[in-house]
Design a binder for this molecule. Structure first.
Ligand code: PLP
Length: 409
């Protein structure tokens, strides 16, 4: 029996479809689409970052670095992780990666026992699912309550003897939920009790509008190194709008995990791009920049999103991140139809929730036989609120008018 390549069975993320549809509409109508589908911020990276990269290039600092990245950058990251995140980690466990997306993917490859299970939130960033499948893992989805929070019981309920990894993402893409220390502690306790490894994706660490960001690995600060189980993933992409620079970093829980990740990175990238790492060193010199950016996104949230809540589309304002999940069930439309008609009639691009509620169906061998979606996600659409305030305002106004139209018909 033949086994087709796994990647041929995994659909590309629904975001790509929206990109294509938005571009096609612009071509057809000649007028710009209001782009609320993509998490690209309207603020720009610090000029110092570009200068540091250009300087590095001009000075010929362009050869391969260690597979983990420049020691100078990793020393700076260790200080940032200590002061901001409460992590106590030697630089030998910090890996600079070309974006945290690659870091996550490599981490999963380094941890995966093929055929075992990884627990993901029922509403998730679809790339987590793609990465899990490519690593040979079987994704299992844990329930979230109506405020999009998991609890240990709901996670325990879907886990089994083959479960190895629990992934948490706070602040969350796509829901904006932010977990507090008590909740994270409870999930960590469950993970420890069951002998799991934990992955904490903290891409949106600097975008918290209510409460504080808590790094799960800070709760293991006082444990001997070889007893830690939390692997953390961070990025410069969001905090400093450095999305296209591709600069992130992974902190492994133990030296053994670092040794495995080193192999995956050697095989996959040899080393992260050198000049960009000098940009990272410059970025670490400006910790206040992330706070400025947080305020900009919070202002968008506070000024524009309440209208969506008042219209019954949003239960509560997202406590963090760049995205809000709107419940569009009042329109009677599926998320796909809502998205297509909103783009067609009002020129506003959003993402259907089904793209964040993937349910891959695997056979006994672990081969992907179908990609289904969760029914609940079919009532949701995601908007990004990190965009230009005027774009956000007009997009939300059009969306509300579209919903109003549907409700009076
Ligand atoms: C939850 C989450 N994790 C990780 C990433 C990866 O970001 P990057 O690869 O730019 O660091 C993203 C990007 O959208 C994200 O939403």
């Amino acid at each position: 029996m033949s086994h087709p390549p796994v990647a041929t069975a995994i659909p590309s993320s629904s975001l790509h479809e929206i990109f294509r549809a938005a571009d096609a509409r612009e071509l057809a109508t000649g007028s710009p689409v209001i782009r609320l589908h993509v998490g690209e911020p309207y603020f720009t990276p610090p000029a110092e970052v570009a200068e540091a990269i250009a300087d590095a290039q001009r000075a010929g600092r362009t050869s391969y670095t260690d597979v983990e990245g420049l020691a100078e950058l990793r020393r700076g990251l260790a200080t940032k992780l200590d002061l901001e995140n409460g992590l106590d980690t030697p630089i030998s466990r910090i890996f600079v990666t070309p974006g945290s997306c690659q870091g996550l993917s490599a981490l999963l490859l380094s941890m995966a026992e093929p055929g075992t299970e990884i627990l993901l939130p029922e509403l998730h960033w679809p790339i987590h699912v793609q990465q899990a499948l490519l690593a040979g893992l079987r994704p299992i989805f844990y329930a979230l309550d109506e405020s999009h929070f998991p609890d240990p019981d709901s996670i325990a309920a879907v886990s089994g003897p083959n479960t190895r990894i629990l992934l948490v993402n706070s602040p969350s893409n796509p829901t904006g939920a932010v977990m507090d220390a008590d909740r994270l502690r409870a999930l960590l306790a469950l993970g420890r009790e069951r002998g799991w490894q934990l992955i904490s994706d903290e891409a949106y660490e600097h975008f918290v509008y209510e409460g504080n960001h808590v790094s799960m690995a800070s709760m293991e600060r006082d444990l001997p190194d070889d007893q830690r189980i939390v692997h953390s993933v961070f990025t410069f992409s969001k905090s400093l709008a450095m999305t296209g620079y591709r600069l992130g970093y992974v902190v492994t829980a133990t030296d053994a995990a670092a040794a495995a990740l080193r192999v995956v990175q050697e095989a996959g990238i040899i080393a992260p791009p050198t000049p960009v790492q000098y940009g990272g060193i410059a970025a670490l010199q400006m910790p206040a920049a992330a706070e400025v950016n947080r305020k900009l996104v919070q202002q968008n949230r506070d000024e524009v999103l309440p209208a969506l809540r008042d219209a019954g589309l949003l239960r509560e304002l997202p406590a963090g991140g760049w995205y809000a999940m709107l419940d569009i069930s009042c329109t009677g439309l599926s998320a796909e139809d809502f998205t297509a008609q909103l783009l067609e009639e009002r020129g506003v691009a959003v993402v259907p929730g089904s793209g964040f509620g993937l349910r891959p169906q695997l056979d006994d061998r672990g081969a992907l036989v179908a990609m289904e979606t969760d029914a609940k996600a079919g009532d949701l659409v995601r908007i990004a609120f990190c965009v230009d305030p005027e774009v956000l305002k007009s997009g939300v106004a059009e969306l509300l008018a579209f919903v109003q139209d549907r409700n009076v018909r």
